[in-house]
Design a protein around this ligand. Structure first.
Ligand SMILES: Cc1cc2nc3c(=O)[nH]c(=O)nc-3n(C[C@H](O)[C@H](O)[C@H](O)COP(=O)(O)O)c2cc1C
Ligand code: SF4
Length: 767
């Protein structure tokens, strides 16, 4: 042992020891370098095909001897697939768990490791010996510029880099850069072909990193000092990222950049392509990439033979109109076949026929239904021809949501076990709904029949991995199937908790009879056109229903059957703030929001406004909340401090936006004061920074608060089928739940558990 220690004591080493160690280190470094040397990497590309047909087979480079055609790639062919890495496009936004504090690949500065098909075959592979003969000076550099918020564009950029490196030996180097790090003016003298991956955000705007470039490019077109042919030497291609639900704002940034560079005489290597979040971005990317690889090979080949000139065969004409047709081509390609340049004629015919078929189908629909648009609650979606209706949860989205812990039920529903369910199973306390309304958290299922919604709220738990839409446009599952599916999955998750330290056997048993359903997981439950059938099934099984809606569908609120408790989310007090916080899809979002409050006021049911306080964002406009409360006249107002879900490129919320419990309480007291005494703070749940404000006239009786629910009575009332009100099934709130009680809303039958390093509840500073 002392010998080893003396070896570790470097200060005692003699000169020969130093020389020995240095020699060993050098030898190790050399071996390692050889393992990773480019020639080794090249060897692994040995079989990678390249397409000389892109230059008409007339390459003057001796090395491009043509080999017989390789087999064509089939969709799903994974031969040559590189596995590993979490930021491939399939997980573009969802690869990171939303839990704060978890290690996150998004924060890594390392490029995403693609799981891409690096072996996308371009036909006629050059022989290994031949490619080695290519003079390095003849090989070109490709630049990829991306602009992103949630990293999809960045991920695709690195995937394209990998694919080009694996498939196009004439490209020596692929540089991937954030567009903000590129000198805009260099586009006018750029020698390397440039590919842009650009995403579009609110109202068709560019991302922050692209804003300067976008403005510069727009201005350049009108700058009389600038030659309108200034980008003549630029070979470029644009891939846009967006979401077609934004209709006329769909991929605006990419469309415009493609158009503007074209107007400045830039030469397109490849048509504009659009990756649609509501469709299959992965498929669109692969289809476009196949075309791009063959084109860039042609461009590289010509550049290396003929230099700057003689490129006309390999660039698209610079006019924007023609690229729409091309865009269609990229979108409709089957992805199964390789598009050689000679195949383009056949492809054009295919696109034309696909277009015609679609027009005919749409026309048939319009004549049947009086228009192709589908509305929530109508049967249009159900009656659309099967092949036009897509599933809401694509395989890519499924993977991403499953990573975040959701169990996907059918094609549009999800269920997830709540942390309070686990907590109550272990006798460590229930959630705020236990304190406020007597919910048994260990028997509560949190689910949604629609993972889609019509917003992009900054505090969304899903970090924007879910689909969005203003109407139901997906395949629709039967209500009974999704209730069954959600319950089965919930029970499976409960089963997995067997044997977890602290789980109480009697609670574990009870958990196999669900008593409550919180339709508030994510998404918009009332978007599901069969929501009434859904709640009927729950009630018939003696399961209570707490349904939360985001106040964008007033008709659906009006048509909704009685639920145990109906919530609307009030995410802001003013039109401007609502736009900033919820980032709604509807242009008339404010009118819809107000109409929802009016509809709620007329329901005559047990209703709740749910306010999520985001410090410095929606906590300052008290008077505007007063107006909204007077409008919908809810029974309760639940106020909760926002929960920090970790950083998401699309959100920008930080811990600074999370209010302290005392700040939430002060806000509530101020609010009650401004409401003139009609409402009062009734309960608190300090644990989760939640406060309940109740209508005093309705819920304060016999010297106490009656915010709890008699669930059995509710089911009886439903079965009786006669009209009833919230006062018919209220129950007295236990003392420990009432504001001012020293237990802070913690059930005395439970045992408080403090995680190491956590501040005990009720203490100053608790969030
Ligand atoms: C708040 C928000 C607003 C958006 N607005 C638009 C839009 O106006 N048009 C569009 O085509 N896509 C829009 N999108 C969709 C994004 O462009 C799409 O999610 C894209 O894949 C994001 O790419 P990125 O991950 O590289 O940022 C929006 C997304 C969010 C979160
Ligand atoms: S409405 Fe809900 S699900 Fe939709 S974005 Fe907002 S928080 Fe997320």
């Amino acid at each position: 042992m002392s010998f080893i220690l003396s070896l570790l004591d470097v200060t005692s080493w003699s000169a020969p020891s130093w020389i020995l160690v240095a020699t060993l280190l050098f030898a190790l470094w050399t071996v390692n370098r050889q393992t990773l040397s480019p020639s080794k990497v090249e060897k692994s590309r040995d079989q990678t095909p390249v397409n000389p047909t892109a230059n008409g087979g007339q390459s003057k480079i001796k090395s491009y001897s043509t080999r017989p055609k390789q087999r064509r790639a089939k969709k799903g062919d994974t031969s040559g697939e590189v596995t590993g890495g979490c930021c491939n496009v399939e997980e573009d936004e969802g690869c990171c768990s939303s839990n704060a504090g978890e290690s996150c690949c998004k924060s890594s500065s390392k490029p995403a490791t693609p799981t891409s098909e690096t072996a996308i075959p371009i036909e006629n592979v050059p022989d290994r010996e031949d490619t080695e003969e290519i003079d390095d000076e003849k090989r070109i550099t490709l630049k990829i510029l991306f602009a992103t918020q949630t990293r999809t564009s960045r991920t695709l950029s690195y995937r394209l880099k990998e694919l080009v490196e694996a498939n196009v030996p004439l490209v020596k180097e692929v540089e991937v850069l954030n567009i903000a790090d590129y000198e805009n003016e260099d586009l006018m003298t750029e020698k390397s072909p440039v590919v842009f991956f650009l995403s579009t955000y609110t109202e068709g705007s560019p991302t922050e990193d692209a804003a300067w470039f976008y403005q510069w490019l727009e201005d350049t077109r009108f700058d009389h000092r600038v030659n309108k042919q200034c980008m003549k030497s630029l070979r470029f291609a644009v891939f846009g990222l967006g979401d077609s639900v934004y209709e006329e704002n769909y991929c605006t940034v990419a469309k415009r950049v493609d158009k503007w560079i074209g107007e400045l005489a830039g030469r397109r290597i490849c048509p504009l392509a659009l990756g649609d979040k509501s469709d299959d971005t992965e498929h669109q990317f692969i289809t476009w990439t196949k075309l791009f690889l063959s084109r860039i090979n042609g461009v590289a080949n010509h550049l290396s033979i003929a230099g700057e000139d003689n490129l006309d065969d390999f660039v698209e004409e610079g006019d924007y109109e023609s690229s729409e047709e091309e865009e269609e081509e990229a979108a409709t390609g089957s992805g199964d076949e390789l598009m050689d340049l000679e195949d383009m004629g056949a492809m054009a015919a295919k696109i034309k026929s696909a277009k015609q078929q679609r027009t005919e189908e749409e026309a048939a629909l319009s004549s049947n239904k009086g228009g192709p648009k589908r509305r929530i609650g109508t049967k249009d979606a159900e009656e659309r021809p099967e092949k036009l209706i897509k599933e809401m949860v694509t395989p890519m989205l499924r993977k991403s949501l499953e990573k975040q812990g959701y169990k996907i039920v059918g094609t549009h529903s999800g269920v997830k076990i709540c942390r309070w369910t686990k907590s109550m199973l272990r006798g460590r306390g229930g959630c705020y709904k236990h304190t406020f309304y007597g919910i048994e958290s260990h028997r509560c299922m949190e689910t949604t029949p629609s993972l889609a919604c019509a917003n992009k709220c900054v505090f969304c738990w899903r970090q924007h991995t879910n689909p969005v839409g203003t109407e139901w446009r997906w395949k629709m599952d039967d209500a009974v199937d999704i209730v069954d599916g959600a319950m089965d999955n919930h029970y499976k998750m409960i089963k997995q908790l067997k044997g977890v330290p602290g789980v109480k056997p009697e609670r574990f048993e009870e958990a196999f009879t669900i008593k409550h359903c919180a339709l508030s997981l994510v998404g918009e439950p009332i978007m599901y056109p069969k929501i009434n059938e859904y709640v009927d099934i729950l009630h018939s099984r003696n399961v209570s229903s707490f349904l939360v809606t985001n106040a964008q569908f007033p008709d659906a609120i009006e048509n909704l059957k009685p639920v145990t408790q109906l919530y609307v989310s009030i995410d802001a007090g003013t039109k401007e703030d609502l736009k900033k916080i919820d980032r709604p899809l509807f242009r008339d979002y404010w009118e819809r929001f107000l109409a929802c409050l009016d509809a709620l006021g007329k329901k005559g049911q047990r209703t709740v406004y749910r306010l999520t306080l985001v410090k410095d964002k929606n906590d300052s406009t008290l008077d505007s909340y007063v107006t909204l409360i007077s409008r919908g006249n809810p029974d309760f107002i639940e106020v909760k401090g926002v929960t920090y879900c970790g950083f998401s490129g699309a959100s920008h919320l930080t811990m600074k936006n999370v209010p302290y419990h005392h700040e939430v309480l002060t806000f509530c007291k101020d609010l009650c004061e401004r409401l003139g005494g009609k409402y009062e703070v009734a309960c608190v749940h300090e644990h989760s920074c939640s406060v309940l404000i109740a209508d005093k006239a309705r819920y304060y009786k016999d010297g106490g608060w009656w915010t709890w629910i008699d669930y059995n009575r509710f089911f009886e009332l439903i079965r009786e089928g006669k009209p009833f009100t919230s006062e018919d099934y209220m129950e007295r709130t236990p003392d420990w739940g009432v504001v001012g009680d020293e237990r802070g809303g913690f059930d005395p039958e439970e045992t408080r558990f403090y995680r190491k390093g956590r501040i005990p509840a009720g203490e100053e500073g608790q969030r």
